[in-house]
Design a protein around this ligand. Structure first.
Ligand SMILES: [Zn+2]
Ligand SMILES: [Zn+2]
Length: 101
């Protein structure tokens, strides 16, 4: 199973490493050192469906200048049923596309 994820900080996909810890995979970017958690079996907290999209959301710290740095990642789980409208609103291309091959 591919991680289907890019490092939100440096954009690499081939330096990513996943360490399984119970129900969470800790993803570490070997390129820039950012790490974040990813649920192994994401599911909807409302209806329990596993037909969800686990959406990585970078937590960006803004400093005064134009510099932005990603300090952590939050995985937002959106259900195709309960969060359909929010998912539709997400087609704004602010995240890199899933990995090709
Ligand atoms: Zn990185
Ligand atoms: Zn749901």
């Amino acid at each position: 199973m591919s991680l289907e994820i890019l490092c939100p900080n440096c954009g690499t996909d081939d330096e990513l490493r996943g360490d399984r810890r119970d129900d969470t995979i800790v993803i570490t970017c070997g390129s820039c050192g950012l790490s974040w958690d990813r649920p192994v079996r994401p599911h909807c907290p409302t209806c329990g469906s596993t037909d969800v999209v686990a959406h990585p959301v970078p937590l960006v710290e803004r400093s005064r200048g134009t510099q932005r740095s990603i300090t952590a990642m939050h995985i937002e789980t959106l259900c195709r049923e309960c969060d359909a409208d929010r998912l539709a609103a997400r087609h704004d291309g602010h995240l890199p596309p899933a990995l090709g091959d």
